[in-house]
Design a protein around this ligand. Sequence first.
Ligand SMILES: C[S@@+](CC[C@H](N)C(=O)[O-])C[C@H]1O[C@@H](n2cnc3c(N)ncnc32)[C@H](O)[C@@H]1O
Length: 391
Amino acid sequence: MRHLRVPNKSVQAIIVLLKDNGLLSQEMRIFPDTDGEHRLIPLSENTPPILPSYLSQYEEVSKQGIHEERSTADWWAHLSSMVGEDTVSAHGDNWPSNHEFIGDIMIVRINEEVSSYRKEIASSKMASHPNVRIVMEDRGVQGKFRIRDLTPIAHRKNSEIVTGNIPGGSYDTRVMVRESGKSILCDPTKAYFSTKLQTERLETINLARELKELLGRPIRVCDPFCGVGPVLAKMVSEDDLASDVLATDLNPDAIEMLFDNLRRWDGRRYPKEPSPVERIYPDRIIGVADASVLSEIPGIANSWDLVIVNLPHRTIEMLPKLIPLLDMSSPSMVRGRVVVAESDIEDANRRIMTILPPLLPGYPSVELKVKRDYSSTLRLCSFEAWIAPLE
Ligand SMILES: C[S@@+](CC[C@H](N)C(=O)[O-])C[C@H]1O[C@@H](n2cnc3c(N)ncnc32)[C@H](O)[C@@H]1O
């Protein structure tokens, strides 16, 4: 999340300035920087990519945001007033104290045990987060496009909170999300997108920078499960990081939004409608495609320095079909995410190593790093593999 790093003595004045201009985040907290002499002020999604001149003397930093506890306290207070304190304490940890924001949409998972209080939960969330436009219940990702099963449970209509049966068409689920100074168009009801992967994406960018350093030139990036393209936002915007980009996905809706995003990030024209993969510019291959047959398309195999594999349930199964995408004449990298049982992590490391070509000497071996729990037994992990060129 974007923060402004401000000396402690100037914090009050800057808060007033940001508030007046609608640039102060309502949801996140101001917190001290590690040096003890500065504070990090969370910026709202309205903050333009280039800071206004009255803020330009301050450094902008990207840091994990911390939720404003006042909103959390408010949510418990609203909930208690609706269902009663006894009911709140009877269900303890089953209440959804966490949620995810995608723009002004709040996404919340509701435990079966408290599902009969769906309306009260939605109203309390809305009342404690005045900037939220819709609350949607998340029943998990599903299907080959990995889209969340989302149901609207509350929305704001002329500043009234409406719960219950919300007719489709009475709300818009397309939103712009700000990340690393870029606007990402997404629609969580039509294509996969998660704001929680921001740190993962920043790690991928750092790895891309390392690969660029090693190769001594901008890299060619292949993102065959690109969704609406969040990792490309920074990749195509950073000077001399990526020369060529392939971005494909099986989901036409994701590609339609990717075109919209690329138009803004790249400053070039892209088709309005989703279309099968094609070379749209000499350095841009974009469109709908099944990653498992991508390398069979003329001109696509043996061409990429970095291949990103973001289909965590099927990464290991897909890997053999993706290896031919790598340009094996110089060092290259595979960056992937895998869902695996905690007890199978070592085995998964070994399986990945047997599928991949030999690794680059002097670089770390493949090691799945646990990023978070996926369920009580499964873990969501990521890895990077530095691949040696063929002799
Ligand atoms: C977990 S999502 C990741 C999307 C995106 N990279 C992101 O981080 O937001 C996986 C994506 O893979 C796409 N997908 C699933 N199977 C595919 C296939 N065989 N070929 C290409 N894309 C596929 C889905 O439509 C989905 O957008």
